[in-house]
Design a protein around this ligand. Structure first.
Ligand code: UDP
Length: 363
């Protein structure tokens, strides 16, 4: 089950590895993101098969979107009666698919379980917590997840540490895409900063958006800034186009984005996935948020948190230091998809003996 841009690089390696093990799958796209660069083109860039089922729910408020996915997915689950539903990440599609499945007594596995920012003003944090409590199999990307899950009473027996499938997609993109040539084609030479900003905390409130524009303006006084503008930031950050030194572009194709990231002197972001990708690639990352659900990118990677007020100071620290080395985080090695597929096939082979709800029932 996928639905939004960040789901695709996590799902593609798992789908591939399950297919290689002969597991029959139905890939469902809820259509939560429908901008081509963030949906169809993203799927093809990460090597995902065309989804078997497209629910095309589109955008809406959190309640409307979640409700639309719930209603659309239920008949699909009733018709196909899968032995397991696999959900990814922390978007509304993740929550709705897990909820629809669990109400039909269909087991659920969560890829990227156990991440916590402990900030319930983030919609993703609410989704993460609720989803983990509905799941039979919790597939975690780093050791940080264990204490988070234990603190919520979720038993270790449900948890398998598998590493980060997002990194599998970075490794694959590095192997198939000529990043240097991509950067040349994009006109990205010399030192530049890459910026991706779309979280509600940075763009929904006009004061927060004004503070973000000041960060971009002041960073661009130090080095050119490339800003691929997420659709949800169009209104708030569109005047960034007028800032000297800021180049606003459409959301970049996945391989182009990674090529830009690999060549950047630093990245300014509020994205979850970009904190991980930049750590893997050894690119200094300033995350303009008060919390992160991915603390391993700070303790073992290249990430640091900043407010809009402290971000430019962090940029100066980075520009005054030697570039960091790429992080070497355990199990972020390009093989997480295979470990996830092994955990899932093992779970499927032992589920009947545990009585783990293999029979789907009408509600
Ligand atoms: N990404 C992309 N093009 C862009 C910006 C980001 O392909 O212009 C990719 C990026 O490499 C990462 C994913 O989108 O894999 C992150 O998605 P997003 O920031 O929307 O979600 P989050 O990670 O914050 O949930």
């Amino acid at each position: 089950m996928v639905g939004a841009r960040p789901n695709m690089p996590k799902a593609a390696p798992v789908i591939r590895a399950l297919s290689a093990r002969g597991v029959r799958q139905q890939v469902v796209n809820t259509g939560q993101h429908y901008h081509d660069a963030m949906s169809a083109a993203m799927m093809s860039a990460v090597g995902m098969p065309t989804p078997d089922i497209d629910l095309a729910v589109g955008s809406g408020s959190h309640a409307l979107q979640t409700a639309a996915i719930l209603s659309a997915i239920e008949p699909v689950l009733v018709q196909h009666r899968p032995a397991l539903v696999i959900v990814y990440g922390d978007v509304n599609s993740t929550l709705a698919a897990a909820l629809a499945a669990v109400k039909l007594h269909i087991p659920v596995a969560h890829v990227e379980a156990g991440l916590r920012s402990h900030d319930t003003t983030m919609p993703e944090e609410i989704n993460r917590r609720l989803v983990d409590h509905m799941c039979n199999l919790l597939l975690v990307t780093s050791p940080d997840a264990w204490p988070n899950l234990r603190a919520e009473g979720l038993a270790d027996e449900r948890v398998v540490e598998v590493g980060n499938p997002m990194i599998d997609s970075v490794v694959r993109a590095q192997q198939v895409g000529d990043f240097a040539a991509r950067r040349t084609a994009l006109g990205l030479t010399g030192d530049f900063a890459l910026a991706t900003i779309h979280r509600p905390s940075n763009v929904d409130d006009p004061d927060a958006a004004a503070a973000m524009l000041a960060v971009l303006r002041d960073t661009a006084m130090r080095l050119p800034v490339v800003l691929p503008l997420h659709p949800r930031s169009q209104r708030a950050l569109t005047t960034a186009r007028e800032l000297p030194g800021v180049r606003v572009v459409e959301p970049l194709a996945y391989s182009d984005f990674l090529a830009a990231l690999e060549g950047a002197r630093l990245v300014l972001t509020d994205s979850g996935g970009v904190q991980e990708e930049s750590s893997y690639l050894g690119v200094p990352c300033v995350t303009v948020r008060t919390t992160t659900e991915r603390p391993v990118t700070i303790t073992h990677g290249t990430n640091r948190l900043a407010t809009a007020q402290s971000a430019v100071g962090e940029v100066d620290v980075i520009l005054g230091s030697a570039p960091p080395v790429a992080a070497n985080i355990a199990l972020w090695d390009g093989h997480a998809g295979e470990r996830i597929a092994d955990a899932i096939t093992h779970w499927l082979s032992t589920a009947p003996s545990r009585g783990d709800g293999m029979e789907a029932r009408d509600g």
